[in-house]
Write a protein that binds this ligand. Structure first.
Ligand SMILES: Cc1cc2nc3c(=O)[nH]c(=O)nc-3n(C[C@H](O)[C@H](O)[C@H](O)COP(=O)(O)OP(=O)(O)OC[C@H]3O[C@@H](n4cnc5c(N)ncnc54)[C@H](O)[C@@H]3O)c2cc1C
Length: 375
């Protein structure tokens, strides 16, 4: 198959691709997204959807400005996508209570929030056991206290990616259900993408294949250090009151989502591209969930999902023009924060393609050349 030439071909159809497609389409580019499976069928459709710019890798330096920029853009984008498509992406402010069970946990938590006190728009404070249980009476009585953060936010990831794609379609962005297999080049220019059956011509190519982007290193001859990190989530029904906020403990979290279900996660598993759920993950998530909210031992497991985060070698996103190529770009490495960071990643791609330089705060920290070149 050979379709007509497109201004921009984006390989991969996750949230980074769909949002980039929308922004580029709105700017007047003719965009095709190539997706091997279907819309939202990987991490972008199954993530938890927390938008917390104050936790995670790269904070406070070098990623704080970028993270706050991304968070701010989610607020305006939710309205914009709703007006464009009628889809409510479920953006809401959702407070977070990060539990501490030991004195050591408490000391580390108190130290860890010192720098957050100066961030405008957020209130982050240590609360003791009784204050924490006033905020959310269902948390464990065993805690020494917790960090109470007002207000990170949340979206519903599947509705978010659906809205991004639908909004792009208004600007003639198309998604082809095709697996890309390589690049076609003419000197330093990438002139198209090869597919399992045929090829597609392209003026510009963006590699946004999530955890699979590392495989494109061979296509372009430049190392893109991204690997998959599996994460699993349990969706459960319980007769107890909904949780008032997101409750966290170390790498685990639980919240009542807009479907009325309790969602609890997660794991970090280095198992290659295997994205099947397993009982070991179920048991470890359940153990953390009941440690946080012991009264919900009646919870009935309805669904267990597993998918792969794109983890770069330093955990931070990679958005850049690829060295040695005139018109080849990469946008990947969202890791545990790829829904939050998708807004900044997509705007950086738009800026790089349309203006040759990125205007998003902190985008200079997303460059590929921060990693040593592999020989
Ligand atoms: C359990 C879990 C919970 C999470 N919770 C949060 C959260 O609360 N907040 C947050 O900000 N982030 C969260 N994340 C992270 C977030 O989901 C990811 O970082 C983000 O979705 C990655 O988006 P992406 O577009 O880069 O990649 P993906 O969503 O993986 O999309 C890449 C797409 O490329 C396609 N593709 C791959 N190879 C090819 C090819 N050769 N040809 C065509 N198509 C191809 C794939 O089929 C896939 O659909 C979570 C992740 C997991 C696993």
């Amino acid at each position: 198959m050979t379709t007509g030439s497109r201004d921009v071909v984006i390989v991969g159809g996750g949230i980074v691709a769909c949002l980039s497609g929308y922004l580029l389409g709105r700017r007047g580019y003719k965009v095709t997204i190539l997706e091997a499976d279907s819309l939202g069928s990987h991490a972008s459709g199954f993530a938890f959807g927390g938008l917390d710019p104050l936790t995670g890798v790269g904070l406070p330096e070098p990623l704080l400005d970028f993270s706050l920029w991304c968070y701010g853009r989610h607020r305006s984008l939710a309205r914009e996508l709703h007006e464009a498509t009628g889809i409510d992406v479920g953006f809401e402010l959702r407070d977070r209570l990060n539990l501490a069970f030991t004195d050591d946990d408490a000391r580390a938590a108190k130290q860890g929030i010192e720098w957050m006190k100066d961030i405008g728009g957020f209130n982050v404070e240590w609360v003791d056991n009784s204050q924490a249980r006033e905020i959310e009476p269902q948390v464990s009585g065993e805690i020494t206290g917790g960090v109470y953060a007002q207000s990170p936010a949340a979206v519903e990831p599947y509705r978010f990616i659906l809205a991004a794609m639908r909004a792009g379609e208004r600007y003639h962005v198309e998604m082809l259900q095709r697996r890309a297999t390589g690049l076609i080049s003419d000197g330093d220019r990438c002139t198209g993408v090869t597919l399992e059956n045929g090829s597609i011509d392209a003026g510009i190519v963006v590699l946004a294949m999530g955890p699979w982007t590392g495989l494109a290193s061979e296509w372009c001859g430049v190392d893109i250090p991204v690997t998959p990190l599996k994460g699993q989530i349990l969706r459960m029904r319980t007769s107890h009151d909904p949780l008032k906020l997101s409750v966290n403990y170390q790498h685990s979290y639980v919240a009542t989502k807009s479907d009325g279900l309790i969602w609890a996660g997660t794991t970090e598993e280095e198992t290659g591209f295997d994205d099947s759920p397993n009982s070991a993950a179920r048991d470890s998530i359940m153990a953390d969930f009941l440690k946080m909210i012991p009264g919900m031992s009646d919870a009935e497991l309805l669904q267990q999902t597993a998918c792969l985060r794109p983890m770069s070698a330093d955990g931070m996103p990679i958005v850049d023009k690829i060295d040695g190529w005139d018109n080849l770009y990469v946008a990947t490495g969202g890791g545990r924060k790829g829904i939050l960071w998708s807004t900044g990643m997509a705007h950086t791609i738009l800026d790089l393609i349309a203006d040759g330089k990125a205007d998003v705060s902190g985008a200079e920290h997303l460059k590929l050349d921060r990693f040593p070149a592999k020989v």
